[in-house]
Write a protein that binds this ligand. Structure first.
Ligand code: ZN
Length: 202
Protein backbone atom coordinates (compact mmCIF):
# COMPACT_ATOMS: atom_id res chain seq x y z
CA UNK A 1 0.00 0.00 0.00
CA UNK A 2 1.33 3.46 -0.86
CA UNK A 3 1.62 5.90 1.99
CA UNK A 4 -0.93 8.57 2.77
CA UNK A 5 -0.15 12.16 1.85
CA UNK A 6 -1.84 15.54 1.67
CA UNK A 7 -2.35 17.39 -1.61
CA UNK A 8 -3.39 21.03 -1.75
CA UNK A 9 -4.50 23.81 -4.07
CA UNK A 10 -6.15 27.20 -3.76
CA UNK A 11 -9.42 28.04 -5.53
CA UNK A 12 -10.86 31.53 -6.02
CA UNK A 13 -14.51 32.57 -5.88
CA UNK A 14 -17.00 34.30 -3.62
CA UNK A 15 -18.62 33.85 -0.22
CA UNK A 16 -22.18 35.12 0.32
CA UNK A 17 -24.16 35.38 3.56
CA UNK A 18 -26.50 37.90 5.13
CA UNK A 19 -26.91 39.74 1.83
CA UNK A 20 -23.21 40.46 1.35
CA UNK A 21 -20.80 38.89 -1.13
CA UNK A 22 -17.02 38.85 -0.73
CA UNK A 23 -14.18 37.60 -2.95
CA UNK A 24 -12.39 34.73 -1.23
CA UNK A 25 -9.65 32.19 -1.83
CA UNK A 26 -10.28 28.75 -0.36
CA UNK A 27 -7.86 25.94 0.32
CA UNK A 28 -8.64 22.57 -1.26
CA UNK A 29 -7.26 19.70 0.81
CA UNK A 30 -7.10 16.10 -0.34
CA UNK A 31 -5.92 13.25 1.93
CA UNK A 32 -5.07 9.90 0.40
CA UNK A 33 -2.60 7.51 -1.18
CA UNK A 34 -1.99 6.78 -4.87
CA UNK A 35 -5.29 4.88 -5.18
CA UNK A 36 -7.93 6.57 -3.05
CA UNK A 37 -8.57 9.85 -1.28
CA UNK A 38 -11.06 12.05 0.54
CA UNK A 39 -11.73 15.67 -0.41
CA UNK A 40 -12.10 18.24 2.36
CA UNK A 41 -14.55 20.96 1.27
CA UNK A 42 -15.78 21.69 -2.24
CA UNK A 43 -15.23 25.38 -3.02
CA UNK A 44 -15.90 27.23 -6.26
CA UNK A 45 -14.65 24.87 -8.99
CA UNK A 46 -15.06 21.14 -9.60
CA UNK A 47 -12.17 21.25 -12.08
CA UNK A 48 -9.81 22.77 -9.49
CA UNK A 49 -10.67 19.92 -7.10
CA UNK A 50 -10.35 17.18 -9.73
CA UNK A 51 -6.89 18.51 -10.59
CA UNK A 52 -5.81 17.81 -6.99
CA UNK A 53 -7.55 14.42 -6.94
CA UNK A 54 -5.62 13.43 -10.07
CA UNK A 55 -7.74 10.47 -11.12
CA UNK A 56 -7.78 8.69 -7.77
CA UNK A 57 -10.98 7.17 -6.42
CA UNK A 58 -12.72 9.68 -4.14
CA UNK A 59 -14.23 7.87 -1.14
CA UNK A 60 -15.88 10.89 0.49
CA UNK A 61 -16.41 14.64 0.25
CA UNK A 62 -16.18 15.96 3.81
CA UNK A 63 -17.60 19.41 4.57
CA UNK A 64 -15.92 21.29 7.44
CA UNK A 65 -19.08 23.43 7.48
CA UNK A 66 -21.84 24.50 5.09
CA UNK A 67 -20.90 28.06 4.10
CA UNK A 68 -21.30 28.37 0.35
CA UNK A 69 -17.57 28.83 -0.25
CA UNK A 70 -17.02 25.36 1.28
CA UNK A 71 -19.95 23.36 -0.15
CA UNK A 72 -20.89 25.33 -3.25
CA UNK A 73 -19.84 22.67 -5.76
CA UNK A 74 -20.25 19.65 -3.46
CA UNK A 75 -23.29 18.22 -5.32
CA UNK A 76 -21.61 18.81 -8.72
CA UNK A 77 -18.43 17.11 -7.47
CA UNK A 78 -20.49 14.22 -6.11
CA UNK A 79 -21.91 13.70 -9.60
CA UNK A 80 -18.44 13.56 -11.12
CA UNK A 81 -16.73 11.25 -8.62
CA UNK A 82 -19.68 9.25 -7.22
CA UNK A 83 -18.77 9.78 -3.57
CA UNK A 84 -20.99 10.68 -0.62
CA UNK A 85 -21.04 14.15 0.95
CA UNK A 86 -20.44 14.00 4.71
CA UNK A 87 -21.56 16.93 6.87
CA UNK A 88 -22.57 17.59 10.47
CA UNK A 89 -26.38 17.87 10.58
CA UNK A 90 -26.30 21.00 12.77
CA UNK A 91 -25.29 22.92 9.61
CA UNK A 92 -28.56 22.11 7.86
CA UNK A 93 -29.81 25.76 7.96
CA UNK A 94 -26.64 26.98 6.25
CA UNK A 95 -26.67 24.12 3.73
CA UNK A 96 -30.25 25.02 2.81
CA UNK A 97 -29.25 28.62 2.09
CA UNK A 98 -26.94 27.28 -0.66
CA UNK A 99 -28.61 24.10 -1.88
CA UNK A 100 -32.39 23.93 -2.04
CA UNK A 101 -32.63 20.89 -4.33
CA UNK A 102 -29.81 18.65 -3.00
CA UNK A 103 -29.01 17.20 0.40
CA UNK A 104 -25.79 15.79 1.79
CA UNK A 105 -25.58 11.99 2.18
CA UNK A 106 -24.16 11.06 5.57
CA UNK A 107 -24.24 12.84 8.94
CA UNK A 108 -20.89 13.39 10.65
CA UNK A 109 -20.73 12.65 14.36
CA UNK A 110 -18.30 13.97 16.95
CA UNK A 111 -15.62 11.38 17.68
CA UNK A 112 -16.21 9.19 14.62
CA UNK A 113 -13.28 7.96 12.57
CA UNK A 114 -13.02 7.90 8.77
CA UNK A 115 -10.36 5.63 7.28
CA UNK A 116 -8.47 6.45 4.11
CA UNK A 117 -5.46 4.63 2.72
CA UNK A 118 -4.66 3.21 6.14
CA UNK A 119 -4.85 6.56 7.97
CA UNK A 120 -7.57 7.49 10.44
CA UNK A 121 -9.34 10.85 10.27
CA UNK A 122 -11.05 11.75 13.54
CA UNK A 123 -14.07 14.07 13.40
CA UNK A 124 -14.13 16.77 16.08
CA UNK A 125 -17.36 18.78 16.35
CA UNK A 126 -16.22 22.37 16.92
CA UNK A 127 -19.27 24.66 16.70
CA UNK A 128 -19.00 28.45 16.75
CA UNK A 129 -18.12 29.68 13.27
CA UNK A 130 -21.06 27.52 12.22
CA UNK A 131 -23.23 25.25 14.40
CA UNK A 132 -22.13 22.12 12.54
CA UNK A 133 -18.49 23.08 12.03
CA UNK A 134 -16.07 20.18 12.37
CA UNK A 135 -12.30 19.82 12.45
CA UNK A 136 -10.58 16.71 11.10
CA UNK A 137 -7.63 15.39 13.10
CA UNK A 138 -5.18 13.01 11.45
CA UNK A 139 -2.89 11.72 14.16
CA UNK A 140 -0.84 9.67 11.66
CA UNK A 141 0.06 12.85 9.77
CA UNK A 142 0.37 15.12 12.84
CA UNK A 143 -2.15 17.61 11.50
CA UNK A 144 -5.68 18.93 11.87
CA UNK A 145 -7.90 20.47 9.18
CA UNK A 146 -9.80 23.30 10.84
CA UNK A 147 -11.96 24.77 8.09
CA UNK A 148 -12.90 28.26 9.29
CA UNK A 149 -12.76 27.43 13.02
CA UNK A 150 -9.07 28.30 13.55
CA UNK A 151 -6.76 30.32 11.29
CA UNK A 152 -3.18 31.49 11.43
CA UNK A 153 -3.69 34.43 13.78
CA UNK A 154 -6.79 33.36 15.66
CA UNK A 155 -10.38 32.10 15.60
CA UNK A 156 -12.65 32.18 12.56
CA UNK A 157 -15.22 34.91 12.08
CA UNK A 158 -18.33 34.92 14.26
CA UNK A 159 -20.03 38.14 13.14
CA UNK A 160 -22.60 36.60 10.82
CA UNK A 161 -25.77 34.52 11.16
CA UNK A 162 -25.51 31.15 12.90
CA UNK A 163 -22.11 32.07 14.44
CA UNK A 164 -21.27 32.48 18.13
CA UNK A 165 -18.03 33.92 19.52
CA UNK A 166 -18.29 32.33 22.98
CA UNK A 167 -19.02 28.94 21.44
CA UNK A 168 -16.07 29.07 19.01
CA UNK A 169 -13.68 30.00 21.82
CA UNK A 170 -14.99 27.09 23.87
CA UNK A 171 -14.46 24.75 20.90
CA UNK A 172 -10.91 25.98 20.32
CA UNK A 173 -9.88 25.92 23.98
CA UNK A 174 -11.64 22.70 24.86
CA UNK A 175 -11.15 20.60 21.74
CA UNK A 176 -8.38 21.96 19.48
CA UNK A 177 -6.01 23.07 22.25
CA UNK A 178 -6.20 19.54 23.66
CA UNK A 179 -4.22 18.39 20.59
CA UNK A 180 -0.39 18.29 20.78
CA UNK A 181 1.23 21.74 20.40
CA UNK A 182 3.23 20.61 17.37
CA UNK A 183 0.08 19.62 15.44
CA UNK A 184 0.09 21.40 12.06
CA UNK A 185 -3.13 23.31 11.38
CA UNK A 186 -4.34 23.27 7.77
CA UNK A 187 -6.94 26.03 7.48
CA UNK A 188 -9.86 26.73 5.18
CA UNK A 189 -8.29 29.99 4.00
CA UNK A 190 -4.69 31.19 4.08
CA UNK A 191 -1.52 29.79 5.59
CA UNK A 192 -0.85 26.84 7.89
CA UNK A 193 -0.13 27.35 11.57
CA UNK A 194 0.27 25.09 14.62
CA UNK A 195 -1.81 24.48 17.73
CA UNK A 196 1.05 25.76 19.90
CA UNK A 197 1.39 29.01 17.92
CA UNK A 198 -2.35 29.71 18.11
CA UNK A 199 -2.39 29.33 21.89
CA UNK A 200 -0.61 32.72 21.85
CA UNK A 201 -3.29 34.25 19.61
CA UNK A 202 -6.59 33.47 21.37
ZN1 ZN B 1 -17.06 29.77 6.80
Amino acid sequence: MTSVRIDHAVSSGTFSLDGETHDVENNIWVIGNDDECVVIDAPHSVEDILAVVGGRQVKAIIATHAHDDHVGVAPALRERVTAPILMHPDDRPLWELTHTDHLWDVDLEDGQTISIGGAAIKVLHTPGHAPGAVCLYVHDLGCVFTGDTLFQGGPGATGRSYSDEDVIKKSIRGTLFALPDETVVHTGHGEDTTIGAEKQNL
